[in-house]
Design a protein around this ligand. Structure first.
Ligand code: NDP
Length: 230
């Protein structure tokens, strides 16, 4: 990356992998970090705890249209985003028969439509300025190649996020890198205490994708900085 100051926003950055991504991006020279949380107090507390070139912003994905409007306000206040990390996510348990439409709707709003709404707001500006990095936190549980083994609403929402990654990569052109990644099994509230990886380990590939050089990949799916099957 050049030394130009870039503005990055990470959703769900108040805890777990999102917080580790924010902390790691803050170590990069020239990146201003906006930590987004659905609760304003959490966002501000996290920003204060992390310190440095950081601010906290409230951003709830449960209503994707409202999230898009909020993102427009955030760009008016802090300037255009150069890096978007769609990290926030929810995991609702249940197989196909246990998953009613309300559960599927909730999972799709937070895990898929919210990220798409944010990409639609920030993507065109990144494209016209000729630089952008978008990272979508997906999961092997949303991979057909890996068997779609997660709970149904989660698997469907992450598979659809993967599809959106390919579509946006195509639409936003070569200078905006749009990639999906799986962090592995990570010790967070979602992953539980027995998971094999720390939040910092889970964040590594996301941070790499958020800071890709100009000849880096776009439209791919990665784990441990290596391509994986969709
Ligand atoms: P956590 O459950 O620890 O954190 C989830 C984050 O998302 C929290 O900040 C939470 O906010 C936020 N969030 C939830 N709902 C909303 C909403 N409606 N609007 C805005 N933010 C919201 O999860 P992880 O850190 O483990 O996961 C981060 C990402 O990595 C997710 O997309 C997940 O699917 C993915 N992933 C995680 C794996 C793991 O093993 N942990 C494995 C594979 C993928 P709040 O604190 O307010 O609830």
């Amino acid at each position: 990356m050049s030394t130009t100051v870039r503005t990055a926003l990470i959703t769900g950055a108040n805890r777990g992998i999102g917080r580790a991504i924010a902390a790691s991006l803050l170590l990069h020279a020239g990146i201003k970090v906006l930590v987004a949380a659905r609760n304003e107090a959490n966002a501000e507390e996290t920003a204060a705890a992390l310190g440095g070139n950081v601010a906290g912003v409230a951003l709830d994905l449960a209503d994707p249209s409202a999230a898009a409007a909020t993102m427009t306000d955030i760009e008016s206040q802090y300037g255009p985003l150069d890096i978007l990390v769609n990290n926030a996510g929810i995991l609702l348990s249940g197989d196909a028969l246990d998953t009613d439409l309300a559960m599927l709707d909730e999972a799709l709003r937070v895990n898929t439509l919210g990220p798409i709404a944010l990409m639609r707001v920030v993507g065109p500006g990144m494209r016209s300025r000729g630089w952008g990095r978008i990272v979508n936190l997906s999961s092997g549980w949303g991979s057909f190649h890996e068997g779609m083994e997660g709970p149904t609403s989660y698997a469907i929402s992450k598979a659809a996020l993967n599809a959106a990654t390919v579509s946006f990569a195509r639409a936003l052109g070569e200078t905006v890198k749009v990639n999906a990644m799986c962090p592995g099994w990570v010790r967070t509230r979602m992953g539980g205490d027995n998971a094999s990886r720390s939040p910092e380990e889970g964040a590594d590939t996301a941070v790499w994708l958020a800071t890709l050089p100009d000849d880096g990949p776009s439209g791919g799916f990665f784990r441990d900085r290596q391509p994986i099957g969709w």
